[in-house]
Design a protein around this ligand. Sequence first.
Ligand SMILES: [Ca+2]
Length: 320
Amino acid sequence: MEEPKKIIIDTDPGIDDAMAIFLALQSPEVEVIGLTTIYGNVYTTLATRNALHLLEVAGRTDIPVAEGSHVTITKGTKLRIADFVHGTDGLGNQNFPPPKGKAIEQSAAAFLVQQANLYPGKVTVVALGPLTNIALAIQLDPAFTENIGQIVILGGAFAVNGNVNPAAEANIFGDPDAADIVFTSGADILAVGINVTHQVVLTDADRDKLAQSDGKFAQYLCRILDVYFSYHHDAYSTRGVYLHDPTALIAAVNPSLITYTEGAVRVQTIGITRGLTLFYNKQKRFGEVTDWGDKPSVKVAVTVDAPSVVKLLMDRLMAS
Ligand SMILES: [Ca+2]
């Protein structure tokens, strides 16, 4: 078998973050070499606490956690926190005891740079929150974009409405300036937007199946999923929840389950469309100079084999 792909998960746990982290730990195709934390579903301090807690639940306290930024790349402190989706504790209002472990001394950005230098071209970052830490790593070390293997981004709403407002998806909206830095950095980037993740639904029936499993991950997740299901039921009238973070993780684990197109992506940073991701397919040569024309291409996911993603997730979460 091939050597497992080294991954770092940049995360704001978050109920679907928890699913993605457990899925990664249950996937022989990848080796999780660290978690880095960011605000989004909760503030960064709580994201760190939750990341440590999830690793303790999994019995994987050997994996380091590096705490990320508490503010946006432009030092903004007015953050959008989605605790109404995930519970005030980020994990379904279960009030778990505080973790015993601590984050490492290094910042998330410094850890990302260090690992990319240590294993040039070998590390994949799976970014499941706003992109502040990744943009900080790019600013910290101009060689980061070459040394990092791939950056898989859960973010953007490509040619569909956003989920914060009609323009913007939540992770990009969390720090649009950072997102624009990352998308135009020249790194090998695969963006998985909500145009794709909204096709991947864990149904009420799937949850019942998880509940009947003896697997420790399935059992744990069934405790925290209620809040997430209630939110989806109210906001979208769906009988199930969108699997945003696990789908992005699976794009790193098994890229054959998605298809993608390539082109330049810019992010709107101001006005009523702040957080909008706008893709240019580079097919037309415009007469005028545009702000897309000289930017490197990135990969943007277009289709997903949703039944296979759900099955892979379920199988691995139900395994002990
Ligand atoms: Ca997330």
